[in-house]
Write a protein that binds this ligand. Sequence first.
Ligand SMILES: *[C@@H]1O[C@H](CO)[C@@H](O)[C@H](O)[C@H]1NC(C)=O
Length: 364
Amino acid sequence: MVAFLRRPRFTIILIPTFLFCTAVLFYVVQNQYHIKNTLSYATRPLWDKDTGPKEMIPHYYAEGLPMDAHTCQLHGWKERERSDVKVLDAVLMSSELDLLEIRMNELDSVVDYFLIVESNGTFTGLPKETFFANNRARYAKFEHKIVYRFLPGYPLAQGQTAWDVEANTRATMTSLLRDHTRSFPSGTQSVVLMSDIDEIPARHTAELVKACDFGSTIHLQLRNFLYSFEWYLGPSSWRASANLWTDATVYHHSKFTERILADSGWHCSYCFRTIPEYIAKMKGFSHSDRIGGRIDLLDPKRIQQTICRGKDIFGMLPEAYSYLDFFSQMSLDPLPSAVGLPRYLLENAEKYRFLLPGGCQRSS
Ligand SMILES: *[C@@H]1O[C@H](CO)[C@@H](O)[C@H](O)[C@H]1NC(C)=O
């Protein structure tokens, strides 16, 4: 009697348990990469440290503040004694034509030369459009300042990685900088801004590093934005730098010094005008394993929703080094302010609606 009662009950429990475990197992196998990432991102504040520079130099600026001995001294620097100082802005060309235009207009009044290296291959060795060469007329206003070098792309050789191609591309910029600065009268000081196109130093920052002797190299802390200037992640961007050029200087995008000047500009990641640009970027990303076989991530409707909600484009958790940042980045509030952004962006707000508050809709 007892056994007769128990057996069906046992089966009632066993079958759902079995189905549940099979479903979990199936899910884990299907989403291995995503689960591994979720675990590692969720615990990052426990095991990982921010590798950025640590020696923060407070930054002083108000509109119209002259870049004189007093302002230099506020930063602990001396005013440069010479007047033959050139400022060079050096970038590797990506596809970001809009940000390049905003950048050049922001820096035009202080930069003497815009150096651009562009390839017809990606870091992963695939053919790519030469966006700058094909749209050069758009930058005609700056033509007399542009120093351009084309680097032929090539398929990766055996054992070569995207990092090798990237290093080679940076070395090309180093040699372009050497060649170009050699044409200056001897004794000229050259201040070189090194950053990606989407890392834009503020005009007043460029004026400050031109006027003041900041030493040989200093990183520039930038306000970090995602998709547009509506989604602010925090002041976490540090790779950009200002450098006094010498024969031994190399073009870099990694940590070169612990010194970093606070609040020096803007870093706008994934700030594209159209949905196809998002898809292309996601496919071509050096960490393209982020897609992890999940083709649904490339669905235009999902991408559009993600942009309007300020969520991660790969559906991953925020890459944060403290739980305070982690949780604040988990649910970002859109910024209702466009105060203190690049001036050209505001003067051309209609053209750049997609970068401004309320402009999250992308064209397809
Ligand atoms: C890149 O340009 C070079 C030189 O113009 C050409 O030989 C090469 O085939 C191009 N590569 C690609 C991937 O288009």
